[in-house]
Structures are given as structure tokens and as C-alpha cells.
Write a protein that binds this ligand. Structure first.
Ligand code: BES
Ligand code: MN
Ligand code: ZN
Length: 502
């Protein structure tokens, strides 16, 4: 549940700050005693030096050591987190290590946690952003449905160091880092909720709350509206369920002068049973998270509402369940998409690309000039890239480079897959224009190439997050369950494009 941490800054020596736990990161390298004394002051510098002398393993990557109070410093205890070798310490590693340390502090029932920060080879505010985000993301817990949840809640995180800035710009940087991490946790919440509490209408009502809070334009199409727009690919998926579908759009105008309108399209299948092509029952419950792309788009819009980048964004989230029933669409059916292209249904479980076909057609109709779609689209992507990297398909080098650049900045790993026209043969149908499954070979690519048939000449990038949107055990700043993947990269893209406009 999102209960956000308070962020503060203390321009003092780490030993002087009063808190429940003080986190100190130590690099795996020979200590410079002058530097240590400057960064920590005495007696802390002496204590840390003895510690490293007697137990050098404490500096190894992700190693944690607890030192209980000796009454010589303000914190009740210290958690040492090993930072490993300096040249391997990326900003994303700092984010992970901050998460690991905060979970130790949380286990120790700390309410106020301070993290010592000093100049290393990263710029101070970049390191601070990673520390704050790691702490907020790493301490996330979802226990909305537990009646006896006994979680330890960290209330405040203090960045502490002898030479921290305290100007407005620095405080704004810290607050922006918090806004983004809170939005990732918001996406995690939406995704972790079961489908009985996160159906298309509930997604629409959350979108309405965001729109009201930030003054975004909002439009929610119901079944009748979708019929008027001839969104029959989307409607085919929806027709098996008694839960009504919604096509949600939000519009944020941050740059009146520009005609550029970036569409963020997020797959919003609130439950994917597979439909008539029913999935095996084992792990079917995980398919409550088949709206993770839609959740990431909604959460990114929330962050954008706070950060106000100078760009224009159109968010489109096609939401429906995919269910088997007497009304359900069937393998062998032919449907006519909003674009006019006809599609033969091979598998009702390849439903995501059907909604996305209509959603990107709608994006074009609403004046989008570039498109990014995010979708838990294929099991094949999980096989190819595991839960580490999201798969990209694109029709435009410049646009995919922009997305990959943002992905490198945030640490959300992404990898561009090929989308040669040769793959199109796999999804040509004998009786319609296209078929919705290209078989087992290159499943992620053929799904992407399918969507590509609907984007026309607009620059487009598809991000397959089937493998990265949830994990089954805690790792770095992700905890078991939804990861909120995509939020940070979408926000980063908006911020990057905003800077370019200035
Ligand atoms: N939502 C699934 C993809 C998925 C699989 C997401 C595993 C997360 C984890 C998607 O709708 C689906 O069922 N895809 C099929 C496509 C196939 C029938 C062409 C798949 O990947 O098996
Ligand atoms: Mn499916
Ligand atoms: Zn699906």
C-alpha cells in the first residue's frame, strides 16, 4: 500500500544525526583515513576503520552488517552496506543497495532512518535520487487484504552528510525522486490488486481521480461508444465477460506551442483467462497482473501531473477482462478492427495485440504523433529475456534510441529485438488480412509486428513487459509481486523531451 516516506536532509556529520538506524555504504577499497575522518568525523571514522580492518568482507557488494550502539553517535544502530568495487557502482546499483539496506532497517523496526551520503564518482544529486528511490521502492509492501498486517513502517528517511547542499534546487531534486518512486509503488498497487477489485470500471475511476487532481482531459469510452468507433477487435475480447470494458484516455498538455503529442498506450487486461483458448489453471491467478502496462501508464501520468514536463502526452488504456463464456469470441472467428483490417482469430489467448491494434488506431485518430505501447504481451518474451529485461520492437531508429536512452538513465533494462518485414509472413491469414498468432517461433517479434500493422507511419516503440512486470522473489529494489516496471522510463522520456523543447 502506498504510504509514503517523508524525506529530509541533515547537513551534519553522520554520527550527529538522531535516528533509529544510520545506513553507511562502504566501498571495497583501501580506506583513506583523512577522507574517512572528513566524511564521518570521529568517533565514527575510527569505528568504521576498525570494522573494515577486522572484517573486510563487510565492504563486499550487498553485504550487510549491523553495529549496535556504543552511545558515541546519535543513531541507535548502524547498518553497513557493502558497495563493492567503485568502478562497478552504477546509479542503479546504488538504488538496489539502498533498498537492501532499508529492508534491514525495516526488519529492525526503525521508524527514522538516515543514510550517509558523500561525494563519490557520481554527482551528488544523482546518488541522492538513487538512494531515495531505492528506499521507497525497497520498503514497499502490499498488505491491503490482510486483516492483521503487522508491518514495520519506516516514516522518515534523512540524507545526512557534512557537505550537502540545502538550496531549493536540491530539495526539488529530492522531492521529484520521491514523486517518481511513489508513482512506481502506485503502479505496483494497481497491479497487485486482484481482478475483483481492479476491473475496467475501477481502472477508469482511478484515471478519473488522476484527471481531477491534475486537470487532465479525460474520456472513458464504454461499450456503446466503442461500437460507434468500430473498435471490434477490442470488443471481441470483451464480449466473453460480464464485466463491462472501458477505453480510457487522458490528455496532458504541457507545451501549448508544440504539435507533438506522444501517446502512451498500456495494455489493460484486468484478468486474462485465455478465453476459449483457456490457459492452464496453474498460475492463472498471476494474470490479474495483465494490466501492468495500463497501470504503468496511469502511474506515469500521475508523476507527470506532479512534475509538469513541457510535453504533450495522450494516455490510452484499453481495459477489459478476457473470459470464456457462451458469448465469448472463438478461434476461427474473423473480426474487423477499427482500422478496417480484418483479423482471423487463431487463439483467443493472443488478446493483447487485438486491444492494442484498436488502441493505436484510436491514438492516431486522436492526433498522436509518436507512440509507445507497454504490454504484458507474450510468454515468449519471458523465455527470451527472463525477468531482467523488457523486449522492444520498433519501426523507427530515432524513436527507439530515445526510449533506450531513457531506459539506460533509469536502469530499467530494455533490449531492441528485430522487426524485419520477413516476420510478417508468419501472421498472414488465408482468409483475412492478418491472424492473431504467428505460432511458437519468434513469438515476441510476431506479436510486435502485428501491432506495427496498425501504427501507420508514426514512430512507434512497443515494450513487452511480460517478464519484468512481476517477480516471484525479492531482488534489489523489487519485492515479490508487481514491479511497476515502465513507470520510471515513461516519466524519463517525458522529462527528456521536455528539456529538448527548451
Ligand atoms: N498475457 C499473456 C502473456 C503473458 C504470459 C504475460 C506470461 C505474463 C506472463 C498474453 O495475453 C498471452 O496469453 N500470450 C500468448 C500468445 C500466444 C497465444 C500467441 C502467449 O504468450 O502464450
Ligand atoms: Mn492471453
Ligand atoms: Zn494477456
Amino acid at each position: 500500500m502506498v504510504r509514503s516516506l517523508q524525506i529530509a536532509c541533515a547537513n551534519v556529520l553522520p554520527g550527529e544525526v538522531f535516528c533509529d538506524t544510520l545506513i553507511i555504504g562502504l566501498l571495497d577499497e583501501t580506506l583513506n583515513s583523512v577522507e574517512m575522518a572528513r566524511a564521518y568525523g570521529n568517533p565514527l571514522a575510527t569505528l568504521l576503520s576498525l570494522m573494515v580492518r577486522d572484517q573486510p568482507e563487510c565492504c563486499q557488494l550487498a553485504e550487510t552488517t549491523i553495529i549496535h550502539n556504543t552511545a558515541d553517535y546519535g543513531s541507535k544502530r548502524i547498518v553497513i552496506i557493502g558497495l563493492g568495487k567503485k568502478d562497478k557502482l552504477t546509479l542503479d546499483k546504488i538504488r538496489e543497495l539502498s533498498a537492501i539496506a532499508i529492508r534491514v532497517a525495516k526488519k529492525l523496526k526503525s521508524r527514522t532512518v538516515a543514510t550517509a551520503i558523500y561525494r563519490n564518482h557520481h554527482n551528488l544529486s544523482d546518488a541522492a535520487i538513487s538512494i531515495i528511490q531505492g528506499a521507497i521502492l525497497g520498503s514497499y509492501e502490499f498488505n491491503n487484504y490482510k486483516t492483521d498486517a503487522k508491518s514495520n513502517i519506516i516514516e522518515k528517511i534523512i540524507l545526512v552528510g557534512p557537505d550537502l547542499p540545502s538550496d531549493q534546487e536540491w530539495l526539488l531534486t529530492l522531492n521529484n525522486a520521491k514523486v517518481i518512486a511513489d508513482s512506481v509503488n502506485f503502479a505496483r498497487d494497481l497491479t497487485n490488486h486482484p481482478s475483483c477489485y481492479m476491473n475496467p470500471s475501477q481502472m477508469a475511476s482511478i484515471a478519473q481521480d488522476i484527471a481531477s487532481q491534475f486537470g487532465f482531459e479525460i474520456n472513458v469510452l464504454d461499450k456503446g461508444d466503442m461500437e460507434k468507433h468500430k473498435m471490434y477487435a477490442m470488443l471481441a475480447v470483451a464480449q466473453g465477460s460480464t464485466t463491462p470494458p472501458k477505453m480510457i484516455t487522458l490528455k496532458y498538455i504541457g507545451n501549448q506551442q508544440s504539435n507533438d503529442l506522444i501517446a502512451f498506450v498500456g495494455k489493460g487486461i484486468t484478468f486474462d483467462s485465455g478465453g476459449i483458448s483457456l490457459k492452464p489453471s496453474e498460475k492463472m491467478g498471476d494474470m490479474k497482473g495483465d494490466m501492468a502496462g495500463g497501470a504503468a501508464v496511469l502511474a506515469a501520468m500521475q508523476a507527470i501531473g506532479h512534475l509538469k514536463p513541457k510535453v504533450n502526452i495522450l494516455a490510452i488504456i484499453p481495459c477489459t477482462e478476457n473470459m470464456p463464456s457462451g458469448h465469448a469470441f472463438k478461434p476461427g472467428d474473423v473480426i474487423c478492427s477499427m482500422s478496417g483490417k480484418t483479423i482471423e482469430i487463431i487463439s483467443t489467448d493472443a488478446e493483447g495485440r487485438l486491444l492494442l491494434a484498436d488502441a493505436v488506431t484510436y491514438a492516431r485518430k486522436l492526433g498522436a504523433t509518436r507512440i509507445i505501447d507497454l504490454a504484458t504481451l507474450t510468454g515468449a518474451c519471458v523465455v527470451a529475456l527472463g525477468n531482467i529485461t523488457s523486449g522492444l520492437i520498433s519501426n523507427n531508429d530515432g524513436w527507439s534510441k530515445e526510449i533506450l536512452r531513457a531506459s539506460k538513465q533509469t536502469g530499467e533494462k530494455m533490449w531492441l529485438l528485430p522487426s524485419y518485414d520477413d516476420y510478417l509472413n508468419q501472421i498472414k491469414s488465408d482468409i483475412a488480412d492478418l491472424k492473431n498468432s504467428g505460432g511458437r517461433m519468434a513469438g515476441t517479434i510476431t506479436a510486435g509486428v502485428f501491432i506495427k500493422q496498425f501504427v501507420g507511419d508514426l514512430p512507434w516503440v512497443h515494450i513487452d513487459i511480460a517478464g519484468t512486470s512481476d517477480i516471484d522473489k525479492v531482488s534489489g529494489y523489487n519485492v515479490k509481486g508487481a514491479t511497476g516496471v515502465g513507470v520510471r522510463t515513461l516519466v524519463q522520456i517525458a522529462q527528456n523531451l521536455s528539456t529538448n523543447a527548451c
